[in-house]
Design a protein around this ligand. Structure first.
Ligand SMILES: O=C1C[C@@](O)(C(=O)O)C[C@@H](O)[C@@H]1O
Length: 740
């Protein structure tokens, strides 16, 4: 098996996909290419273009050996000619030829070769339904088993295709607030983006707060089997920066309970990881805590531990916790293979005898520092003063520009050290079956304590302007602050000016709705809000001294679309924006950023339309005076956004049942229809619903939820409790009073 690539490789180095026919290489490859903004190359298609004959016919006319030779020649050529900025998918049989295997192994020393895997039964089912490719002349299962070791040897990463084709037809949704109705699309897209962003180094999935030296936390999962807890992962991890998978605590339900010592089987560990990845894109801290350091992993089983660690790197795990007591040569080898992932060097002393000002601690620190990205030292406090000694040690190291350090005292007396620790504080959650260590606190408990001891100043956030859901905003933000134990407060300040509010040192930020949106005085703008020309959020840093104007709406639109857009919609040829008022700017910008080729704007005022055409002059934006002018020869849109409840555009074509105008809903793959009106169902959404279940419906409430998530993150640097917000908004949307 080749290993994860060293960090010196070029980050534009193309990604190569190998794996069995039917494992989903093209499907995952196209999603990966879209996420990276790279081009996708299907080697089979290049083969057909080059040889002017289909793969199936080539094999029929010239036989398998000739095909294999031509295929492996092409593979070697492609690795050279497309070595940068591409996602290249190779035919499953490429590994049958020795020279192609060698070329892949060589390539894996500089770029990612990803083995796409999928359950055997899934592959067989898929191939039984498919007739385009030449028959093997042997059973799929035999072919799979023969090639399996080659795939593993030639690749340095592995990605488990998360799409369960046996269930994928059930992915459907109506225009309801609940995200959980269409989880697969969102999860698959996010997971592919996370994995490929990380392994290419384009967007390493590392915790941003850790990088910026802000306070960061990881949640320690203590389940033997995560399956029953998966639906709670979002709630459990709210506000956290990473998730610790305590591999030593995993126990397969298929193994007897009393096996001791117990090492969870590799397959079990990585199927648990894959399941976890489907419920969170937070970075994972992969830990096999040994019995001598307080865990359950046999301390003498270094070979098994390092097999797990190397496999974790292959699966794109972001942080690996390596105890300093493991053999040096094994550690060094792992470090040399870490690629974009990071190593945490850890040392635990449970005895209660660890002295933070001792040579032992100093030596452990420098040992960890010599090979890891983060050093973790955990002792046990007997008295409160043990935490002061720990704190002094950390502050000294920090003052000398040290690497990030996690320093904790276990035990009840050690809680203060958990509150003061800044980097990756391990936290628990009330819903977990048990704590990973004595004295562990929840994230909310730590925040509340930080506030009580004067370390987390309360900030004030304001709602300016007349937001359509203004009566709800304080509840949304304040309940989210409360859940995370943050001492902040949100209030409406509709008649106040940003200038007056932002001079106060406790100013945390503001949300701005029209009529203020366009004339925020001389605020430095983020690149997005400056391109859009609309500010709806103000963030404050440096005790309010550094303000920035942001746009959360486009982020909300992008999230609403990406979580619903059919996975098969790989190229977005066209989209329709209805109405040209202020929201149209963020809508057009979102579509542009998503790579939509042609955007039609239905707006009856030529003046309004022309202003937008000028702003977005680099986009292929075409003006229509009405929706039914949508050209019959243009491809049907995959995304339709009605931007305004008071749109001047005539929506009567949508008003009568069955009356969908022209080709608007004709896209066979369906798509996403967003009506930013604050009604659960509008004529546009109703017509889209009639067009079939492939159309996913989004209303103003849905978009607002996403906007709140973005604003909350911009203000606090922490993820918002999503379900809680959804529930509040859903309840409100059912309230007749809000349906104005
Ligand atoms: O190393 C640590 C710290 C810890 O032991 C604690 O004290 O919170 C919890 C462990 O899960 C983690 O790996």
């Amino acid at each position: 098996m080749t290993e994860a690539t060293g960090s010196s490789s070029n980050m534009l180095q193309s990604v190569v996909l190998v794996g069995m026919r039917g494992s989903g290489k093209s499907f995952i490859g196209k999603l990966a290419a879209a996420a990276l903004g790279w081009a996708f190359v299907d080697a089979d298609i290049v083969f057909e273009e080059k040889h002017k004959i289909g793969v199936r016919d080539f094999v029929r006319q010239r036989g398998w050996p000739a095909f294999r030779e031509a295929e492996s020649q092409l593979a070697t050529d492609l690795l050279e000619s497309h070595s940068l900025g591409h996602v290249i998918s190779f035919g499953g049989g490429v590994v049958e030829v020795e020279s192609a295997r060698q070329a892949l192994v060589e390539y894996s020393n500089k770029g990612p070769v990803v083995h796409i895997t999928r359950e055997e039964q899934e592959i067989i089912k898929y191939l039984n339904e498919e007739t385009d490719r030449p028959p093997y002349g042997e059973s799929v299962s035999d072919v799979l088993h023969r090639r399996q070791p080659w795939f593993a040897n030639c690749s340095n990463f592995e990605y488990i295709n998360p799409v369960d084709i046996r269930h994928s037809t059930k992915v459907d949704a109506q225009g309801d607030l609940s995200h959980s109705l269409h989880p697969n699309i969102e999860r698959v897209r996010r997971d592919v983006a996370r994995f490929f962003g990380h392994v290419t180094g384009q967007h390493p999935n590392l915790a941003p707060n850790l990088v910026n030296n802000k306070r960061s936390y990881f949640l320690c999962l203590t389940y033997p089997d995560l399956t029953p807890a998966l639906s709670d992962i979002e709630e459990l991890t709210t506000g956290a920066d990473a998730i610790e998978l305590r591999v030593d605590l995993l126990h397969s339900p298929q193994d007897p309970d009393d096996l001791s010592p117990y090492i969870p089987p590799v397959d079990y560990v990585f199927s648990q990881l894959a399941a976890l990845r489907q419920h969170s894109d937070l970075p994972i801290v992969f830990t096999a805590r040994t019995t001598s350091e307080g865990g359950k992993f046999p301390s003498s089983s270094s070979a098994e531990a390092f097999e797990l660690f190397h496999t974790a790197l292959r699966h794109g795990v972001e942080y690996i916790d390596v105890e300093m007591a493991w053999p040096t040569n094994l550690i060094q080898n792992l470090v040399s293979q870490k690629g974009q992932s990071q190593i945490v060097a850890s040392y635990h002393d449970w005895s209660g005898n660890l002295k933070w000002d001792s040579k032992v601690v100093e030596d452990k620190y420098w040992l960890g520092e010599s090979f890891a990205d983060i050093v973790k030292i955990v002792g046990k406090a007997n008295v409160l003063e043990d935490n002061f000694a720990l704190h002094n040690f950390v502050e000294q190291k920090r003052a000398s520009g040290a690497k990030p350090i996690i320093a904790i005292n276990m035990g009840f007396e050690g809680k203060l050290s958990r509150v003061l620790n800044r980097t990756f504080s391990p936290v628990t959650h009330p819903l977990l079956p048990n704590k990973a260590a004595p004295g562990q606190m929840s994230l909310a408990e730590i925040q509340t304590t930080l506030h009580s001891i004067g370390q987390l100043p309360p900030l004030r956030f304001y709602g300016l302007g007349k937001h359509p859901l203004r009566s709800l905003l304080p509840t949304l933000f304040n309940s989210a602050f409360e859940t995370l134990g943050l001492p902040h407060h949100f209030e409406l300040a509709e008649d106040k000016s940003l200038g007056d509010l932002s001079t106060s040192p406790d100013f945390g930020g503001a949300l701005i709705s029209s009529p203020f949106t366009l004339d925020v005085p001389k605020l430095p703008l983020s690149p997005d809000s400056s391109n859009i020309g609309v500010v709806d959020t103000v963030t404050a840093e440096n005790e309010g001294k550094k303000l920035t104007g942001e746009n959360a709406e486009w982020q909300a639109l992008r999230a609403s679309i990406l979580s619903r857009l059919p996975l098969e919609s790989e190229s977005l040829d066209s989209a329709l924006v209805i109405g040209g008022d202020q929201n149209a700017r963020s809508a057009i910008y979102t579509l542009q950023r998503l790579g939509v080729k042609t955007i039609f704007l239905a707006e009856n005022s030529s003046e309004t339309a022309h202003q937008l055409l000028e702003t977005f002059s680099r986009t292929d934006l075409r003006h229509l005076h009405s929706v039914d002018q949508y050209p019959s020869n243009a491809s049907s849109p995959s995304i339709i956004i009605n931007t305004s409840p008071t749109s001047s555009i005539n929506l009567t074509p949508f008003e009568k049942p069955g009356g969908s105008p022209g080709t608007i809903f004709a896209n066979p793959l369906g798509g996403v229809v967003i009506d930013m009106t604050f009604k659960t169902l509008t004529p546009l959404l109703e017509r889209a619903g009639e067009a079939g279940p492939r159309w996913k419906l989004v209303n103003g409430f849905d978009v607002t939820c996403e906007q709140v998530f973005s604003q909350f993150y911009m203000w606090t640097g922490r993820r918002c409790p999503r379900k809680q917000i959804h529930d509040i908004v859903k309840k409100a949307s059912q309230d007749e009073l809000l349906k104005s």
